[in-house]
Structure formats: C-alpha cells, structure tokens
Design a protein around this ligand. Structure first.
Ligand SMILES: [Zn+2]
Ligand SMILES: [Zn+2]
Length: 325
C-alpha cells in the first residue's frame, strides 16, 4: 500500500478530525480490504445549542480527546482484543451500526455486554436497548449532534452518519463508500438504482470529509460520489452495448466470455479514486500498492475486489469469513 492509501494499524486509536478517530479491526481480507473501521466519536461536551458547539477544545490545543463520553460506530467483528480496545477508549454511551454485514455487526452483543451502551441500527434485530434508526434522525450524544442519512444500495438498511459540527465536517459512510474501489450491490436487497440515488444525496454535502468503512479518510464527498457515479454509469453503458450485441437470447449465467467482465457489479475503481489522497493524519505502513496485508496480490490494478464476482475470479481467493463486507 502506498502512502496515499495508508491506513491505521489494528488496535490503535487514530484521530482524524476534531470529533472522530478510528480503530482498525484485525480482519483484513479480499472483501474487507485492510479490515473494518470502527469509528470513535467524541464531541466538546458542551450544550449542542451553544454557538461554539463543535469547536472541540482539543482542536485548538486545549483539553483532551477523546472526552469522557464516546459514541462507537460499527463494533466490527467479534474479536476480543478489538472490542477491548474500543471499550478502553472512554465511557461508551451509544453504539451505532451502518448496516447489517457481519464484519460491522458481529461484535454488537459482546460490546453491549462490556459497556452497557445501547445499540441502534436500522434493523430491529441489531438494536439492543435502543430504537431503530430512521432517515433524518438527529442523535445528540457525547457532546455531538449526529445526523442519520439513509443510503440504501449496498444493502437496503445502509445508513451514513453526518457530523455537521465536526472540524472539518465529516460523514461516516459505512460500505456505501468503501474508501477504495466501488462497493458491491448485495443480494437480495441491494439495488443499483438506490445506490446511485444515495450517491446523489451524499454529494450534496460538498466539502465534507468521507470516513469510510475500509480505508482512510477522503476529501471531499462530492468529488468522491461524482466519480463513483460516473464509474457506474460507464459500466452500465458497457453492459447495454454488450446486451445489444448479444441480442434477446443473452443469458445472465456466468460464462467465460469477455461480456461477464463488464457486469455492473465489476469493482475496479475509477483511476482518480485509486489515486485519491487520504488525510495526512493517516499512518503509513510502507506496503506496496500491489500487496495485501499478507503480501498477496490484490487484483488486476493492485485493488482489492470486495465481493464482486467478476473481479473475484481475477484476485486473491475469497475467504468465507470475510463475506460480510
Ligand atoms: Zn457491507
Ligand atoms: Zn464492510
């Protein structure tokens, strides 16, 4: 991995903005890339109605970060070391979930037991002592205001969390924006149409920094979403032209013909996303862009290919434990 995509190290809390930091889970794989990010949020602890709300004292060299109360987004896998690192950060007052996949949710019960904090997600089966999330909800916790934005597409229950008062403004995107490559549209509830609409919704928050689930932060969300949209539309055009060539007898069954490689699920990222710079606050680990965490090749352009059948054939073998990405 080069410095442009440098990521945190598992178990370490890495701060990326006035109110947000990340602990990387130790679950790297073809579908989880370097691993799943658990985001740790902690605000200034003042009244959200105060005019200086969001101007975290530690951002001006005063006070400490994180504050005593923290919100956790995506506990990640059920890895005791990872969950203990999260619990040790501070007083966990709330646990939020971006979507249903196991690499984000398997640690819910253990972290709930360890901290007593309520868990909120879109799907009731992931909630513990908390209400399900809905689009437009505003959550006030740990001295912050957190807005819920419904972003179906990767899965039907996908949501993003916006911190409008963070410095800079930040949006935790889950797998809707992975941080590298283009996300999968999961069967049976994922939808390409929903995904494209969700990218349009996110792009309205121009200037916000992306805090993705499987890579370091990206600037800025409008550019990222515009490029991802352009990439998908290009793929759709390719599919349409292949279908036109094949005619009405075209089959959706996998084959070895070149046409299957132009599926809308194909995951190669647009070049500008591949080269986008991460936040300078992100650590480097010195790996080559063509190496995975275990030194394995990661795809045709040095890219991991999370759960995209067309690309899985050409990259490192998928691990069954990583299918939840
Ligand atoms: Zn996912
Ligand atoms: Zn994921």
């Amino acid at each position: 991995m080069d410095s442009e995509h440098a990521h945190a190290h598992p178990g370490e809390l890495r701060r990326v903005s006035a109110c947000a930091g990340v602990i990387l889970a130790p679950n790297p794989g073809p579908m989880t890339l370097d691993g799943t990010n658990t985001w740790i949020l902690s605000g200034p602890g003042s009244d959200p109605e105060h005019p200086n709300y969001g101007s975290h004292p530690s951002a001006q060299g005063r006070g400490s970060w994180p504050g005593s109360d923290v919100v956790v987004v995506d506990p990640g896998p059920e890895d005791l070391g990872h969950l203990q690192a999260i619990a040790d950060v501070g007083n966990v007052v709330l646990i939020l979930v971006t979507h249903r996949h196991g690499d984000h949710t398997d640690g819910i019960d253990r972290l709930h037991e360890m901290t007593g904090a309520p868990v909120r997600a879109v799907l009731p089966e992931h909630c513990r002592d908390g209400e399900p999330l809905s689009d437009g909800d505003t959550i006030v916790a740990a001295g912050m205001r957190i807005q819920v934005i419904a972003t179906p597409g990767h899965t039907s229950d996908s949501v993003c969390f916006r911190l409008p008062h963070d410095e800079p403004e930040t949006i935790i995107t889950g797998d809707t924006v992975l941080g590298r490559g283009s996300t999968m549209i999961d069967h049976p509830d994922g939808s390409l149409g929903d995904y494209l609409r969700s990218l349009t919704v996110l792009a309205r928050h121009s200037g916000a920094m992306v805090l993705p689930a499987h890579a370091g932060p990206l600037h800025d969300i409008q550019e990222v979403c515009d490029e991802l949209t352009e990439h998908r539309l290009e793929r759709l055009d390719q599919v349409r032209s292949v279908l036109n060539e094949l005619g009405r007898g075209a089959s959706s069954r996998p084959s070895r013909t070149p046409s299957t490689r132009t599926s809308p699920r194909a995951c190669a990222a647009p070049p500008s996303i591949r080269s986008r710079r991460s936040s300078p606050t992100w650590a480097t680990d010195g790996r080559s862009p063509r190496e995975g965490r275990n030194g394995q090749p990661t795809g045709p352009q040095g890219q991991h290919c999370p759960a995209t059948p067309g690309c899985r054939r050409r990259s490192a073998p998928a691990r069954s434990s990583a299918r939840g990405a």
